[in-house]
Design a protein around this ligand. Structure first.
Ligand code: E4P
Length: 218
């Protein structure tokens, strides 16, 4: 499963690149605004730092505006994925970009029917928002499973990019649901690697080793 970082914070991104665990980045207008950076400069810098798909979202809501903004974002780098809202105009823009060979990420997906429409529009990725569905009392992981079932049943190649994931448990459930990718905040990325038994186990191994009076192995 691909792991994307959901952030526009360049330092947070570069700190997590060693090890090759980060497959791409997703941003949204809120994350770019939070960073305080110019969207074009920041997206370009992220694209140079990360070898993988970088989702950059349009802010226009009409078709012509989305097409113009998407083309401007896409011109920044070959790995830009144009992120479009799941609206009627967003899906029309998605179809146009698909015909032009521009990869897309259709975002703000909250139902299996919406995901089906994104797949029909030729989206490269669709982003179901698990955490926000749960905020409303819904079944976010069930939504991922339903989308997986529909895409498999009809052979849609659109990748399911689980989004709005807020905990390692969310990521594990997205993986078990058969998602192609998960986008996570840097904090959740770090939490996925840590386990208290790993820490205490390592501490005990090293304490035993130090009793031998020998140092490191080289
Ligand atoms: C996805 O592309 C979004 O940027 C993100 O996952 C939204 O997460 P939130 O609901 O925690 O804001």
């Amino acid at each position: 499963m691909q792991i994307f970082l959901d952030t526009a914070d360049l330092d947070a991104i570069t700190a997590r690149l060693p090890g090759g665990l980060v497959d791409g980045i997703t941003t949204n207008p809120s994350l770019i605004a939070q960073s305080g950076a110019d969207i074009f400069e920041r997206v370009k810098a992220i694209c140079e730092a990360v070898d993988g798909p970088i989702s950059a979202e349009v802010v226009a809501t009409d078709l012509d505006g989305m097409l113009a903004e998407g083309r401007k974002l896409r011109a920044l780098a070959d790995n830009v994925v144009v992120k479009l809202p799941l609206t009627r105009d967003g899906l029309t823009a998605c179809r146009t970009f698909a015909e032009e060979g521009t990869p897309t990420n259709v975002t703000l997906c909250f139902s299996a029917n919406q995901a089906l429409m994104a797949a029909k529009a030729g989206a490269t990725f669709v982003s179901p928002f698990v955490g926000r569905v749960e905020d409303m009392g819904g079944d976010g992981i069930g939504l991922l499973r339903d989308i997986r079932t529909i895409f498999d049943e009809y052979g849609y190649e659109t990748e399911i990019l689980a989004a709005s994931l807020r905990s390692p448990d969310h990521v594990q459930s997205a993986a078990l649901a058969g998602c192609d990718a998960a986008t996570i905040p840097p904090k959740v990325f770090d939490q996925m690697i840590k386990h208290p038994l790993t820490d205490s186990g390592l501490e005990a191994f090293l304490a035993d080793w130090s009793k031998t009076g020998r140092g490191g192995l080289v």
